[in-house]
Write a protein that binds this ligand. Sequence first.
Ligand code: NI
Length: 178
Amino acid sequence: MNGLWRLLVIGQVGAEVNTADDRKTALARYLEGPALLERTISALSATDLDAVPSQGGWTVRQIVHHVADGDDLWSSGIKAALGNTPAEFTLQWYWCQPQDVWAEQWAYRDRAVDVSLALLAATRAHVAQLLDHVPDAWSRSVAVRKPDGELVRLTVEAVVAMQADHLEHHVRALESRR
Ligand code: NI
């Protein structure tokens, strides 16, 4: 579920600085994400939420929790970038075991989705508020220790784009199930 992270690290780090228009577009996608996800699942019954795809993989319920957790986990990285640039950010404690294990440990199968949807919307609104108030927020960065141990520097802009992409990736995958 985190192939995007790999793409980000090899594809976007060190890319040229984006224009204000690019940032506006990225922010709009980022902020529209929670409503997009909610719309995508709005017509689903409880049975639909828990249906295991015939080709295998997570249920819709599990994916909603996964997306909300992704944003929640990375919001700490954004906060570090906005206040403590020399800091090293890592999710090693999370990456050190498969996401299927987290899905079990954090009870993705059993929890109602409404709280995770609210968390996702609040996280994105909160980050957007910070971006609006912290000088040079978009171009600030944090050193991230990757799962393989390599240290890379990620801008806030890159993390915001990664989270927007992550949600949209899962929405497309959900839509293709129909
Ligand atoms: Ni994912």
